[in-house]
Design a protein around this ligand. Structure first.
Ligand SMILES: [Zn+2]
Length: 454
């Protein structure tokens, strides 16, 4: 039986307006005027709540199978709690790493019956696995991810230009992107060694910040632009932190180089000046930089140079954060935030003067449509349009709340967002035509499935 979901504020291709979505099975069958609902349908009236396309979170670390750092069950519950309806998992923190088809099958087995939202995965490009890439493409990865610096995981080796070339040669012409952690090892190693030599205090955030200089990002991005241009193959810069790389990217985009860029919610929300010494829950790489840098990222996002915003949710067990020692050089790098992104971005945008229609349109572009396009789901995910999956975030834009532990649905309740005062909250998340959040009253089982490129 078809369903009708209506609100005075539904975000479709025509902008934010009163509308009724007719959902037939898993798909949006029609977008109708607000007061027009077909007969014999189940009706849901959401009043003035915003109906937004479900978020597509293209950068998360689920760490499953093989590590008890997160897992599909908790990660996708957290995603659903924040209006995220599709997650794309990174290939490195699972065991085995997703660098061949056998490992991809192991991840599929781990996800089976546990995912509350739809999921996909990036394959890994590591030293010596270029020959595995064609089979991974055939088996349904969304694209590939590699590092130009130690990834933190010994089994996921970083690559140099020579190996990048081997990988790009295999990916060329396939339409899949190569995602790259854009920091080069040289500048980071030189900075860290010099800090250690000079007896720097590693409990101070300023020491960690100095150990991951802007130059490491700038140099990596210069290399990626050169290769994307030469191979004419889409390259995607993950988690851009340094605004100093922006001029290079402007120039590359003006020349038509196929390079796209994401930044993370934490680079847009926090700033280095406010990070307490020893507070390793803020540790990520590249690091959170100063507020002046943050505002330049916002400008680049507004201007369209930065394509999208992701969480890079990267959890670990509490002990690995080594909070008692507070040593930035010893703590695991990665910020946990899955499920909070929509509210954080909404709050940050309001602080910068965005009004509701524009804010909703930007969020849908940065956090749904463009990540969906990157991962190859365009038309099916990340849009409220006829023929697309009925993946919907139902959002109350005015709800004011403070993040406490019980709001975190991922496994280890560590996050620099604890205590944050936020505006706007997801009330319901619908996955392919049905509400997904489990509640006490209704027993719902996980319906998430693997999403492949369309
Ligand atoms: Zn990451």
């Amino acid at each position: 039986m078809a369903q009708a979901l209506r609100s005075t504020r539904v975000l479709t291709a025509d902008g934010l307006a009163p509308a009724t979505l007719i959902v037939d099975g898993e798909k949006i069958a029609a977008v109708c005027p607000w007061n027009e609902t077909a007969d014999a349908v189940r009706r849901h009236d959401f009043g003035d709540l915003l109906l937004l396309p479900g978020l597509v979170e293209s950068h998360v670390h689920i760490n499953d199978p093989g590590r008890d750092w997160e897992g599909f069950d908790t990660a996708t519950r957290a995603a659903a709690s924040g209006g995220v309806t599709t997650v794309v998992d990174m290939p490195l923190n699972c065991v085995p790493e997703t660098i061949n088809v056998e490992a991809l099958e192991a991840k599929r087995a781990a996800a089976s019956g546990k995912a509350w939202v739809d999921w996909a995965t990036w394959g890994g490009v590591v030293r010596g696995n270029a020959a595995e890439l064609p089979a991974l493409i055939k088996s349904g990865v969304s694209g590939f991810k590699c590092f130009l610096i130690h990834s933190g995981i010994d089994g996921f080796c970083w690559v140099d230009e020579c190996e990048l070339r081997l990988a790009l040669d295999k990916i060329r012409g396939m339409g899949l992107p190569l995602l790259v952690h854009a920091e080069v090892a040289g500048s980071v190693e030189a900075a860290s060694e010099s800090l250690h030599r000079n007896g720097a205090n590693w409990q101070q955030y300023s020491t960690y910040l100095a150990s991951r200089p802007d130059a490491a990002e700038v140099e990596a991005i210069r290399l990626l632009i050169r290769l994307a241009e030469e191979f004419q193959t889409p390259v995607h810069v993950v988690h851009l932190s340094s605004a100093r790389a922006l001029p290079l990217l402007v120039d590359a985009r003006n020349r038509g180089v196929p390079i796209t860029v994401e930044t993370c919610v934490h680079y847009l929300w926090f700033n280095a000046e406010e990070i307490p010494d020893g507070a390793t829950e803020y540790k990520c790489a590249p690091p959170i930089r100063r507020s002046e840098n943050r505002e330049r990222l916002w400008q680049a996002l507004k201007g369209g140079l930065i394509d999208m915003v992701v969480t890079d949710h990267s959890p670990c067990p509490p002990a690995m954060k080594r909070r008692e020692e507070g040593r930035w050089d010893l703590a695991w790098g990665g910020i946990s935030s899955l499920g909070l992104a929509l509210s954080v971005m909404w709050t940050a945008m309001r602080q910068r003067g965005y009004q509701i229609p524009e804010a909703a349109e930007c969020i849908a572009k940065w956090m749904s449509a463009r990540p969906a396009r990157l991962a190859g789901f365009l038309g099916q995910k990340g849009t409220l349009a006829v023929g697309a999956d009925a993946d919907i975030a139902i959002f109350d834009p005015d709800a004011a709340w403070t993040v406490v532990e019980s709001d975190l649905h991922f496994r280890h309740k560590i996050s620099p967002y604890l205590g944050a005062h936020l505006c706007g909250r997801v009330r319901e998340t619908w996955l392919r035509g049905q509400p997904v959040l489990p509640s006490d009253q209704i027993a719902i089982s996980p319906r998430g499935r693997e999403q492949v490129r369309t």
